[in-house]
Ligand binder design. Sequence first.
Ligand SMILES: Cc1cc2nc3c(=O)[nH]c(=O)nc-3n(C[C@H](O)[C@H](O)[C@H](O)COP(=O)(O)OP(=O)(O)OC[C@H]3O[C@@H](n4cnc5c(N)ncnc54)[C@H](O)[C@@H]3O)c2cc1C
Length: 596
Amino acid sequence: MQRRSLLQLGAALPLAFLVPARLGARVMSPFARVRPGDPYWPTPAQWDELRVAIGGTLLLPESLFAPCVADADSAACAAVRELLRNPFFMGDQPGGTQVSGWLDAWTPAPSAYGVMARNAAEVASAVDFARTHNLRVVVKGGGHSYLGTSNAPDSLLIWTRNLTAVRLHDEFVGEGCAGRIAPQPAVSLGAGCMWIDAYSAVTTRAGRYVQGGGCTSVGVAGLIQSGGFGSFSKGFGNAAAGLLEAEVVTADGKVRIVNACRDPELFWALKGGGGGTFGVVTRLTLRTHDLPRFFGGAWGAIQARSDAAFRTLLARFLAHYAERLANPHWGEQFAVKSDNSLKISMVQQGLAREEARAVWQPFFDWVKASADFRITAELGASGHEPQGWWKVQGNPSMIPDTRPGASPDHGFWQGDLDQVGAYLHGYDSLWLPAALLEKASQPRLVEALFAASRHKDVELHCNKGLAFATPAAVKASLDTAMNPGVTEAFALAIIADGERPSYPGESRPPMDLEAAHRDARAIDAAAAELSKVAPRAGSYLSESNFFNERWQEAYFGANYPRLLRAKKQYDPEGLFIVHHGVGSEHWSADGFTRLA
Ligand SMILES: Cc1cc2nc3c(=O)[nH]c(=O)nc-3n(C[C@H](O)[C@H](O)[C@H](O)COP(=O)(O)OP(=O)(O)OC[C@H]3O[C@@H](n4cnc5c(N)ncnc54)[C@H](O)[C@@H]3O)c2cc1C
């Protein structure tokens, strides 16, 4: 964190902001939140009251490149430039976002003030202050929102980065659940943890498994509240399905422990109903599982020598997928590319090396036997001991955080490097129904993928669709707020592109806006081709199109009315509003004005 962003204010003052009578007269209108410069913006003395309530430190977040704007030759500016590819550094900045923006959608902009809470009581103080003064609130965990929902100018930032406690349980029973729900192994994670913190504790050190996300620097609370998928979700369900209990501060400033026995509707809404919407989560407790016997994968790339050969390759691969890979073992991705190539980057759980190789051998043999294809990256498959999967030291697939004082546990996958700081031209995703893998439908799917790939590369994330998952994973995932359609989809198709970082204040050549818009239109065109075989498809909210007009149906399906009821019950005044979050249809796009 940049030291300059700390605001150390003066002596202790009484907690007057907690007395509504004194402040009620200052509130401008119930329909508009206040901004800096407005007559009703809190006075310095009132901000000081908040500072005292939270134990002394209010942040004045700055944009990531503020040091460079101030002095391009400064050491602070050089540090930002040097660490621009380090997701842990980005996550440590109050004004940092993992994505540097999205064309015509959003641009990073720091909050006016920030609270880096150390416990739920401090979060409650910030929530009370924001509610009393009619402030726009934004909640940030790991800062990985593609949609920019942890970024809001002129807001009060409530940041959970400091809440990093991790505790393993052999026999966890939720509060109020004794005698109703059997004890089970679990892990409690402060909301500031990233997934690598969870995996290091649960898998690397304790030899167990917890279902989280793929990208190791994503925040645990943001991902759980969006539903969340990891590489092995076909074996264990979406990440929200593993939630046993949460500590959450609601809009009334109350610290609640919620689970299946206490505030069950709020608990359910937190399981995939969207972050920044129902309150500020301060702690999560997740079920842990026995570690699978093996983790491994399959990889390679094949280029077809003609369009006709590419169609043949896709047809053969999809048949292979339907026959051998559509099961709880196999997750992650294959990509159908515009240059007529198929890239395989899949992972598996539960298969030994020989078993994994046996699964792929018929397909690899078929490819190698044909002169129509060129192997552009070696083909292979593996299975090995699982406990070292997320170990950073000595792992060639991981890039460690090498900053002085960084946790030795902190590393991220090589494959995620290009995403750090990326600027998005466009992004779309849709769930592809498993029915498309039936023999009679496979040719339609081949044609759709071929047509889409004429516009842009298409990635199929098989772990982000839960058809062919275990029955237990399907059952638990259906008890989350995510669109139930996810259980009928074999994969989430993602089409996205952008360019290298483009943060405000960063010195770089001007963006070619015409080319960027062309790219965005190509993404739309590719998605439209897939929509032909998956009409009205659902979409995973965290990895979706900012401009999706039917987001309620796409993200939540039949669950939306229930989510709206929970929103009205726990946040009737709309303190927590994010772009395309539950209830946001009643607010202006910037979250400042309630619509009549
Ligand atoms: C590089 C990259 C890789 C990704 N990989 C995956 C993946 O493998 N699987 C997957 O499922 N998703 C993935 N995502 C999407 C990611 O899971 C979501 O964007 C997630 O919401 C990020 O959580 P965060 O805390 O890091 O982000 P933030 O931007 O901090 O938060 C995201 C949303 O959650 C809210 N929020 C965060 N913390 C809290 C809290 N404590 N209480 C209440 N609300 C909160 C924020 O207000 C915001 O609306 C990836 C995203 C990126 C950028």
